[in-house]
Design a protein around this ligand. Structure first.
Ligand SMILES: Nc1ncnc2c1ncn2[C@@H]1O[C@H](COP(=O)(O)OP(=O)(O)OP(=O)(O)O)[C@@H](O)[C@H]1O
Ligand SMILES: [Mg+2]
Length: 304
């Protein structure tokens, strides 16, 4: 469990994180979403004691990172995958960290196998692909078999196969009952990876919710295509239903009513339905609606 309580971080006059509070529970993957510069990395660094909060606190299993009796067995993180020594092999890199953390050498082979690097473990990390380096980062995070895991943008730059592999890895760790916090600005990716979401913009909490709720809270409408435009318009007016006809597309957009109710209404009127479905906002649209005002550098609107 991770608890962030009224966390604030200022760099000089700039506020990177402001009065941020949220809880990350075990057993699910929690996505930490926000546009560039929102304060995701700063928050994660404060959780693992790499940055000192200006005020507030972050607790791991009820304690600040710095007071944990056995940090490597409690929390594992991958904050930046480019830190490894290029001339070391993956195995010697892991052995060094295991030794420093008082972990048995046997863990090195276990985590190498967990991330599928056993066969290349003797090779110099300098020759690794980005995907292999990410796997090594995950292996490092897993060395102490920690209950709490933090990953900062782990799929950045990976190909679809690498992304899928990391997604499965996250799911498996959460299914083991661990607490998994993973940051990203790849929203559609998060919709498939995370069950819970913490959304921030300009260092401020915008939402803490499940992916499911986040999507359904996004404005949704029902699309109806029928040749009986006049009949449906009249019926909608009579029933006080918010239905707008789009003459260009030749469809009605109905708000505040689920699709099955629209279908029932059409049936009761005896009118033909050519198309009927719910139009859900995508995660991107929902996210933009929440954080639009937070983007640090807006692109210039294109004018014609
Ligand atoms: N060491 C620092 N000194 C000064 N400002 C900083 C420092 N670290 C971060 N910031 C600022 O704090 C804000 C939040 O940065 P942070 O890296 O936490 O955002 P992020 O959400 O991780 O963004 P990204 O998606 O680009 O990784 C930014 O405005 C950044 O410029
Ligand atoms: Mg970042």
């Amino acid at each position: 469990m991770i608890e962030v309580r009224n966390l604030t971080k200022r760099f000089g006059a700039a506020t990177a994180v402001e009065d941020l509070s949220f809880v990350v529970r075990p057993g699910v993957v929690t996505g930490f979403l926000g546009p560039n510069g929102a304060g995701k990395s700063t928050t994660m660094r404060m959780i693992v004691g790499l940055d000192t909060p200006t005020s507030g606190e972050a607790l791991i299993n009820g304690q600040p990172y710095r007071t944990l009796a056995d940090p490597i067995r409690t929390v594992g993180c991958l904050l930046d995958a480019s830190w490894t020594h290029a001339n070391r092999s993956a195995r010697s890199h892991l052995k060094m960290i295991a030794a420093a953390g008082g972990l048995p050498d046997s863990r090195v082979d276990e985590v190498l196998s967990l991330v599928g690097l056993t066969e290349v473990a003797g090779r110099k990390v300098g020759g690794y692909s980005l995907g292999m380096r990410q796997r090594l980062g995950l292996a490092t995070a897993m060395l102490g078999d920690p209950e709490v895991l933090l990953f900062d943008e782990p799929v950045n730059g990976l190909d679809p196969e690498g992304i899928l592999w990391i997604r499965r890895f996250m799911h498996a760790r959460a299914a083991e009952g661990r607490t998994v916090l993973v940051s990203s600005h790849l929203l559609s990716e998060m919709a498939q990876t995370a069950q819970d979401l913490v959304v921030i913009g300009r260092g401020v909490l915008r939402a803490q919710t499940s992916v499911e709720e986040f999507l359904s809270a996004a404005r949704s409408s029902v699309l109806l295509r029928t040749p009986h435009v006049d009949e449906f318009t009249a019926a909608a007016r009579e029933e006080g239903i918010n239905a707008t006809f789009d003459p260009e597309e030749g469809v009605f957009l109905i708000e505040g009513l689920p699709a099955h109710r629209v279908g029932d209404l059409a049936a009761s009127l005896g009118i033909t339905v050519h198309e009927l479905h719910e139009k859900r906002a995508s995660l991107e649209e929902a996210f933009m609606a929440l954080t639009d005002q937070d983007v640090e550098y807006h692109g210039q609107e294109t004018t014609r």
